[in-house]
Design a protein around this ligand. Structure first.
Ligand code: SF4
Length: 121
């Protein structure tokens, strides 16, 4: 199965074609460097994404807190992670980089605040 992948490692954005089956990569073409080879191979075998969204703030109905995952999350778990975040609440006050949900769904990624709210800074 061939997969077209745009490399996001650097601004050049090479269009890379990966061929393989399941998690086995048989060929990689279109990459301009080894970093692209590594990125495209990993993206083919096990795609991951940084999750960015918002979460409710405790006691507030007028504002949502932007949050993101501390590391990439397996793509197939994104929807389930969103469900967990949707049912969560961030405490107020909250500081940027505070952990809102630890190790979400056992992915090893924390959901952390991307902004502060209710603090003086
Ligand atoms: S393959 Fe290399 S040069 Fe091309 S976008 Fe990726 S990192 Fe940049």
């Amino acid at each position: 199965m061939k997969k077209e992948i745009i490399c996001t490692v650097c601004p050049r954005g090479c269009h890379i074609t990966v061929d393989g089956e399941g998690e086995t990569v048989t060929s990689v073409t279109g990459n301009s460097c080894q970093r692209g080879f590594t990125y495209a191979s990993a993206e083919f075998a096990h795609p991951v994404r940084i999750l960015t969204t918002t979460v409710r703030l405790a006691g507030r109905t007028d504002t949502l807190l932007p949050v993101r995952s501390s590391r990439p999350v397996p793509k197939e778990k994104l929807f389930a992670c969103m469900e967990v975040i949707r049912s969560a609440e961030a405490p107020v006050p909250v500081r940027q980089h505070d952990v809102i949900i630890e190790n979400i769904l056992g992915t090893g990624a924390d959901i952390i605040a991307s902004a502060s709210f209710g603090t003086d800074d």
